[in-house]
Design a protein around this ligand. Structure first.
Ligand code: LMR
Length: 393
């Protein structure tokens, strides 16, 4: 049996992470995987999370199974964070998942269960694992234009033009904020135009919200998602707690599904069924931490302040990199770095230039020239700027 297995190509982002680890050079810069790092290159446990963890440890009395679909109090706290106070609870179904990836997967599964003929539309480019999961599932998908390689901004005309081809019942996957891998995002006005188009076509939006709080702020980063949720009858949202709570290894995510109040019970049951068929109960610990942080006013204030520090720190690095590149190149062609939001920017280097920077400067970025801004610090920004120009970008 096992001799039938074919070697799987390693995930490029995770392979890069390993390659970086194995690199013995003293001077190396990791701009690969999307994990936040502080100026010392450390991914700290947020202090609010640490405190919540202590509270959980002190008060938890059992490890017996908890909710199959997850914890209702976690769902309520997440729904309020993502959809805002006064979200339509009667139309909402929630599923706790194994991270944001699990939420994406379960969203795809739910879509397929409800409509086996659906086509899922993804941005070109998108997070490579979206494509990998869809391929693995044998799920039909198409791409829509998203990024203008010249300006490094959203090519909105091309996006709308491609999305005109979506059919009623198709799923359109959108990044709620901090687009991965490009860093280029829709304005609120553009979100409105996308909502118009979805309304007209009868397609269903699915929003991957993996970086809420990393772009313009917790509320601001949810604005597009909220607009869509208010306007469209059916919406899927895959939210991750990995980045904004810094609990990557706890695998904590939430799939939210908005629909008709009349279909809510069946939708909720279908979600629980999906968990049961896949891995049974979802991980509990991360849900408990996030619930505490979001519902305890003191912990929440502390977390929001920490998250804000993370966010503004990345913005400052963006600005420093854009300024340095402006100075060295004597041009404004890299100003887009300061316009992008979130952890990532696609810089527009060729795969050869990316390989050259890795070989000659020990600078690791994903092959499509996506950088993780948080992998930089004040000292490595000038190194990257110099390397980019030396590589001919
Ligand atoms: C990334 O894009 O680097 C992150 O979402 C981590 C991952 O799992 O790929």
């Amino acid at each position: 049996m096992l001799n039938n297995l074919k070697p799987q190509a390693p995930d490029k982002i995770l392979a890069l992470m390993e390659e970086y680890r194995a690199d013995e050079r003293d001077q190396k810069v990791d701009l690969g995987v999307g994990v936040y790092k502080d100026a010392e290159g450390v991914t700290p446990i947020m202090s609010a999370i640490h405190k919540a963890e202590k509270q959980v440890w002190e008060t938890e009395t059992t490890k017996k199974y908890a909710g199959l679909a997850g914890q209702p109090e976690f769902h309520a706290a997440m729904a309020e964070m993502v959809l805002g106070k006064g979200y339509p609870a009667d139309r909402l179904s929630c599923l706790s998942t194994v991270g944001g990836t699990g939420a994406c997967r379960m969203g795809f599964e739910l879509a397929r269960m409800a409509n086996p003929d659906t086509t899922i539309w993804v941005s070109d480019p998108t997070w490579p694992n979206h494509l990998s999961i869809l391929n693995f599932m044998g799920q039909a998908f198409k791409t829509y234009s998203y990024f203008d390689a010249e300006t490094r901004a959203v090519d909105f005309d091309a996006m709308l033009s491609d999305l005109k081809a979506v059919k009623s019942g198709d799923i359109v996957l959108l990044h709620g904020c901090c687009h991965n891998p490009t860093g280029a995002n829709l304005t609120l006005e553009q979100w409105g135009q996308v909502a118009d188009l979805l309304e007209e076509s009868g397609a269903i939006p699915m929003i991957d919200l993996a970086y809420q709080g990393f772009g313009d702020g917790l509320e601001e980063d949810a604005a597009g998602t909220r607009l869509i949720a208010q306007r469209l009858p059916e919406v899927l949202i895959a939210a991750s707690c990995s980045k904004n709570f810094g609990i990557y290894r706890e695998r904590t995510g939430c799939l939210m599904v908005l629909g008709d109040a009349a279909t809510q019970k069946t939708t909720q049951g279908s979600l629980a069924y999906l968990n049961r068929q896949t891995y049974s109960f979802p991980p509990y610990h991360g849900q408990a931490l996030v619930t505490r942080v979001l519902t305890d006013p003191a912990l929440r204030a502390e977390w929001e302040a920490e998250l804000e520090e993370v966010r503004t720190g990345m913005l400052a690095l963006r600005q420093q990199l854009a300024d340095e590149l402006r100075r060295l190149s004597n041009s404004d062609r890299f100003d887009f770095v300061a316009e992008h939001r979130g952890m990532f920017s696609r810089l527009g280097a060729t795969p050869e230039q990316v390989a050259k920077m890795k070989a000659e400067n020990g600078i690791y970025m994903v092959g499509d020239s996506r950088i993780n801004i948080a992998g930089l610090n004040k000292n490595s920004v000038p190194l990257l700027a110099r390397a980019l120009l030396d590589a001919g970008v």
